[in-house]
Design a binder for this molecule. Structure first.
Ligand code: GLC
Length: 543
């Protein structure tokens, strides 16, 4: 990493979504209160004190709307209701009030790219070719001999076009055939979704995480996607990665839609628009839009998608810091409900290093529920798999169930999540790995997370201070966070072997304030730093 000076000014006021920490709850798996084995809104209320104790500022809920649950709520059949599995609108209002009364924020998942095939809009659209809502979805004639309109593939495997017998046309679905894509070129669709946003914002919801933002507009001419340059080795050419989705995603016109959404949020005080976007950094940052016209936070998934390699990660941090627009606020994500859990990706021994990285980098961190107690992916027997991605591609080990298992609260039956059979099984180890035990243990992952979160909240240098890369090699990443008052050195060993930081031109003297090796806390550092394998530490530098 080259030594460059951090650029962000520290003298401007920052908003809650810049200084705060976001926590993603997968509601099915957080806390069941009505004994059906599935988490619910009352359960979230019950656990708010825990989140406040942990130091969370904002809760993001994965979808809680009415849905046939073909994709566990990402197939919405009513954008302005609550699924009875999760509770009622009164429960939601109570949750919102309880969150706000603790000084916290609540953001919802908005899934505007597609609806459920059971949504009244789609039922109308598919009822006849001249239905007024026909053009709300992407319909196309068959080619010669019934050929598909083009070669686009579904993210969940197979072709992305489904034939409709009644009206003799195909419709497009980027995900399941039960998730038809809306036609965002139609102004009525645009208006309908802006109305949905107003509905929730008027209620007081603090913003949205927008599902698959980069998918929302497709090539007007529906051109074929090219075969990927580095075609992955896949058993079938009907696997999504076989193509480069250059015509089915990330179209220039998408920014116009994002701008509309931003304008809606701008009508309310301090609401946030977050975009789910899996793209390389140079494309990702275009979603900030020119002059703050795009998303406040296009989710940055580099820590999720890159190999756990110090040099690659250091490079990505540099590239991201360099590519951000002048007024673009950074953010970092370590886990979500679509990816293997961090402790399963990088291993338990590195999970603390990963947490330290997430919580000391410049920009808003998002924590996935359970990562704070080092939950790992739970192996799910084939006959218990429920995730459609796993069911559709059984040989690829891509089911997302393992990272969506119930929160492990305590050593009691079903980890305190439910008193009946949980919708996904728990790991055998939950009696050892749970919130209750870790709360009591100063050396636990939970205590470690809490001390990092507390540090971030207490020290503006971490929330809003400058970021300056110091050093990286095959094992280490080191950087400085500072403001006018304080200066901290963060050193992370991403390898299992001892590593040595031997600065050449600078001297680093100070006191270790947090370390994965708790015994080192309070010890002084005099320039040369030795790190054990898997160690990360933070030094408060003398000025
Ligand atoms: C997003 C969601 C994922 C869902 C998909 C389709 O990627 O995070 O869970 O399956 O969109 O809505």
């Amino acid at each position: 990493m080259e030594s460059i000076t951090g650029t962000n000014p520290t003298d401007i006021d920052h908003l809650w979504w810049q200084t705060g920490i976001i926590y993603q709850i997968y509601p099915r798996s957080f806390q069941d209160t009505n004994g059906d084995g599935i988490g619910d809104l009352k359960g979230v209320v019950q656990r708010l004190d825990y989140l406040q104790w942990l130091g969370i500022d904002c809760v993001w809920l994965s979808p809680i709307y009415p849905s046939p649950m073909a994709d566990f709520g990402y197939d919405i059949s009513d954008y302005q209701g609550i699924h009875p599995l999760f509770g009622t609108m009164e429960d939601f209002d109570e949750l919102l009030e309880q969150v706000h009364s603790r000084g916290m924020k609540l953001i919802l998942d908005l899934v505007p790219n597609h609806t459920s095939d059971q949504h009244p809009w789609f039922l109308e659209s598919r009822s006849s070719r001249d239905n007024p809502k026909r053009d709300w979805y992407i319909w196309h004639d068959a080619g010669e001999n019934g050929a598909l309109p083009n070669n686009w593939l579904s993210v969940f495997g197979g072709h992305a076009w489904e034939w409709d017998e009644t009206t003799q046309q195909y419709y497009y679905h980027a995900f399941l055939k039960q998730q038809p894509d809306l036609n965002w070129r139609n102004p009525e669709v645009q208006q309908a979704m802006m109305d949905v946003m107003h509905f929730w914002l008027k209620k007081g919801v603090d913003g949205f995480r927008v599902d698959v933002m980069w998918h929302m507009i497709k090539d007007a001419r529906l051109r074929n996607n090219p075969v990927a340059a580095n075609t992955p080795f896949v058993a079938s050419d009907l696997i999504y990665e076989y193509h480069d989705p250059v015509y089915s995603t990330d179209q220039p016109e998408v920014h116009e839609i994002v701008r509309m959404m931003r304008q809606v949020t701008n009508e309310y005080d301090e609401r946030v628009l977050i975009g789910e976007i899996y793209l390389p950094i140079h494309k990702l940052v275009t979603y900030y839009g020119a002059d703050k016209s795009g998303a406040h936070l296009p989710f940055n998934f580099q820590l999720l998608t890159l190999p756990w390699d110090s040099q690659q990660i250091a490079r990505a941090i540099d590239e991201y810091e360099g590519a951000l627009p002048a007024d673009g606020w950074p953010n970092w994500v370590l886990g979500n409900h679509d990816q293997p859990r961090v402790a399963s990706r990088v291993g338990r021994s590195q999970a603390r290093v990963a947490a330290m990285l997430l919580l000391t980098l410049r920009g808003t961190p998002t924590i996935y529920y359970g990562d704070e107690i080092c939950m790992r992916d739970v192996p799910i027997p084939q006959d218990e798999v429920v995730d459609p991605q796993g069911l559709n591609m059984p040989d690829r080990n891509v089911s997302r169930d393992p990272s969506r298992t119930p929160m492990q609260w305590d050593p009691d039956t079903n980890a305190g999540f439910t008193d009946s059979k949980p919708w996904l099984r728990l790991p055998y180890s939950y009696q050892r790995q749970n919130v209750a035990l870790q709360k009591e243990d100063p050396d636990s992952m939970l205590s470690f997370y809490r001390s990092l979160i507390n540090l971030r909240k207490r020290q503006p240098a971490f929330q809003t201070g400058k970021f300056t890369p110091v050093y990286s090699d095959k094992q280490l990443i080191a950087f400085i966070r500072e403001n006018d008052e304080d200066r901290f050195l963060v050193v992370l060993n991403l390898s299992h072997r001892p590593a040595y930081l031997r600065p050449k031109n600078e001297t680093y003297k100070g006191e270790i304030i947090i370390s994965t090796e708790t015994e080192r806390i309070g010890l002084r550092v005099d320039n040369n730093l030795l790190l054990s394998g898997d160690e990360g530490l933070i030094v408060r530098l003398e000025r």
